[in-house]
Design a protein around this ligand. Structure first.
Ligand code: ZN
Length: 428
């Protein structure tokens, strides 16, 4: 078994050694390590949570890497439980299907395919699909829905196996689905979680047809900065990508970005299209304009991150004084949503059960547990109905409109919401 914590002394993209620490959250427990009642008597494990800027390629990154088997233990996230994401990938499939003129012979592969949320709408359009999902439970859920899925970690070795054909079929599906090269390979919301992205690119190049397109979605550094999304920093998120850092990365691996767009997921993400070098028909103007804009913003400069740290400090003071003022008036406050990012906020701002009486979360896996670090009790919506507070702090801010809509009854009774980003504010 590998070490629980390792430290990179080289940049993940360019191997440069000029790494400058620009944000520090201090030792922090893992954001998804919710505690059971019987865990409360034990001490929790804390790991460094520091963000570094590579002065050579501009990649913002964590360099302290918690081993995936520790990080993702007991961590089951099923994408299709979120209607927002189902709709997002439906649109994604529609667009990609049309733009690249996919047909019955086309093959779309998805790395980190979860329960088939992205591949299902491709399959509905008659395209062959293949998912790669290391979590066996989730992979089985995908297969039940008719999405052929290989339950292994993606690597160049696995890519070679898929290209040649898998030998004996690993799934109930026809073997022809499990071999060959792809027209489209996607990796959405996984690229920022992987330490050795060069290995991923090697595998992708093996599996991509000559004119095939690799499409990734990653949270965008510009949204992270402009909307003060500091809470999206936690140990799972190893990289905070800009187009310029990704441009450098794809050059390093013999590929090129052909197009970029912004999408709304996770508070603001990039969708990046890349092809093998030398085969591209044309690079869209979008790529150039992203690069120019990022240069103007000075994303590779330390000052930008110093200002950012300052703004986060101001927001911390603002939110804490808002909450303390309400407490003084005798108001009761609870949280809504217990996403991973909520725990960065609670731990970094030091908001505990003395301020938030409980946190409501719709996921039965989190209910009855306690948040890592601050140990606030996570409950179902029933508690909110029986014992409503005066204010709800929305930690899952990316779903704020739908949360407020779902809790219209709370609002009608005079309940108010607090949204923490981009700056803390009360919504009546
Ligand atoms: Zn670098």
């Amino acid at each position: 078994m590998s070490a629980v914590l390792t430290h990179n002394s080289f940049c993940r993209v360019c191997s440069g050694t000029k790494l400058k620490k620009v944000l520090s959250f201090g030792p922090t427990p893992l954001a998804n390590a919710f505690l059971k009642k019987e865990d409360l008597r034990n001490e929790e494990r804390y790991f460094p949570l520091d963000v570094y800027l590579c002065k050579e390629c501009g990649l913002l990154q964590l360099t302290d890497i918690v081993a995936p088997e520790v990080l993702f233990r007991d961590y089951v996230y099923v994408s299709s439980t979120s209607p927002v994401f189902v709709a997002h990938f439906e649109k994604f499939a529609e667009k990609v299907h049309k733009r690249f003129k996919l047909g019955r012979e086309s093959l779309v592969m998805d790395i980190g395919s979860n329960d088939g949320i992205l591949l299902a709408p491709f399959k509905e359009r008659g395209v062959r699909v293949l998912g790669i999902e290391p979590d066996k439970t989730i992979a089985r859920m995908a297969e039940k829905k008719g999405i052929p899925t290989i339950s292994e970690f993606f690597s160049p070795a696995l890519a070679r196996k898929i290209k040649k054909g898998f030998g004996s079929a690993r799934t109930n599906f026809s073997k022809k689905n499990l071999r060959g090269q792809a027209d489209i390979i996607t990796a959405t919301n996984v690229f920022a979680h992987i330490n050795d992205i060069h290995e991923v690119a090697k595998g992708v190049k093996i599996l991509l047809k000559k004119h095939g397109v690799f499409i990734i979605e990653v949270p965008y550094l510009v949204d992270f900065l402009e909307q003060n999304l500091f809470d999206t920093v936690y140990h799972e998120h190893l990289s905070y990508f800009s187009v310029s850092a990704l441009n450098r990365f794809f050059k390093e691996v013999g590929m090129e970005i052909i197009d970029v767009e912004r999408v709304e997921t996770h508070g603001g993400s990039l969708r990046v299209y890349a092809q093998k070098k030398g085969v591209l028909e044309r690079v869209t103007d979008a790529v150039k304009s992203f690069l120019n804009r990022e240069k103007k913003m000075g994303l590779h400069k330390e000052e930008v991150y110093r200002d950012y740290a300052h703004r986060i400090g101001e927001n911390r003071a603002k939110l804490l004084s808002l909450l303390a003022g309400l407490k003084q008036e005798g108001k009761r406050i609870a949280g809504y949503g217990a996403p991973a990012k909520g725990n960065t906020l609670l731990n970094f701002f030091s908001i505990g059960p003395d301020i938030l009486e409980y946190i409501v979360d719709d996921s039965p896996q989190k209910q009855g547990k306690f948040t890592p670090g601050k140990r606030i009790s996570v409950v179902s919506k029933e508690t909110l109905e029986k014992d409503p507070p005066d204010y709800l702090l929305i930690m899952a801010w990316n779903f704020a409109p739908s949360i407020m809509k779902k809790n219209e009854a709370f609002r009608k009774r005079g309940g108010k919401f607090i949204i923490p980003v981009p700056t803390p504010r009360i919504v009546k």
